[in-house]
Design a protein around this ligand. Structure first.
Ligand code: DQA
Length: 146
């Protein structure tokens, strides 16, 4: 079984640390990657972190995960609330799926309250800042180690 976990990030998350820091904080996607890589290594796993502003690229990466990853942690950004295509891609993936949001989407505008991805997710994290990625990773590694 693959020991690799994909961490996928959708639109605008390349600006993490710069965009709306009052909502998303000052940490960057590089910080997410460094923290998650250190944690994964300590637990005997590898991570690959991706970010794209393009729905099709995210879908292609989920397809690649079918062969290459034992779990996906995904923050689909605004595609969370719009993309049946990302849900369909995740439904064609057999491994573990965790949905991760930096902000607490349920405390925000009502259009952020619905997620197409949640119906496929094995767990959902929202409002834990970038620590949410590590919490998802811990859970994925724990389930994969059983
Ligand atoms: C987000 C929440 C989404 O509603 C938003 O569109 C994002 C980021 C989060 O991490 O809190 O881009 O997924």
């Amino acid at each position: 079984m693959s020991k690799t976990i994909f961490i996928l990030n959708g639109p605008n998350l390349n600006l993490l640390g710069k965009r709306q820091p009052e909502i998303y904080g000052a940490d960057t996607l590089d910080d997410v990657e460094n923290n998650c890589r250190a944690l994964a290594t300590s637990l005997g796993f590898d991570i690959e972190l991706f970010q794209s502003n393009h729905e099709g690229v995210i879908i292609d990466t989920i397809h690649r995960a079918r062969e290459e990853a034992a779990a996906i942690i995904i923050n689909p950004g605004a595609f969370t609330h719009t993309s049946v295509a990302i849900l369909d891609a995740l439904n064609a993936y057999d491994g573990l799926v965790f949905e991760c949001h930096i902000s607490n989407v349920h405390k925000r505008e009502s259009f952020r309250h619905h997620s197409f991805v949640s119906s496929r997710a094995d767990g959902v994290m929202a409002g834990f800042g970038i620590e949410g990625y590590e919490l998802c990773l811990r859970r994925a590694c724990s389930l994969l180690s059983k």
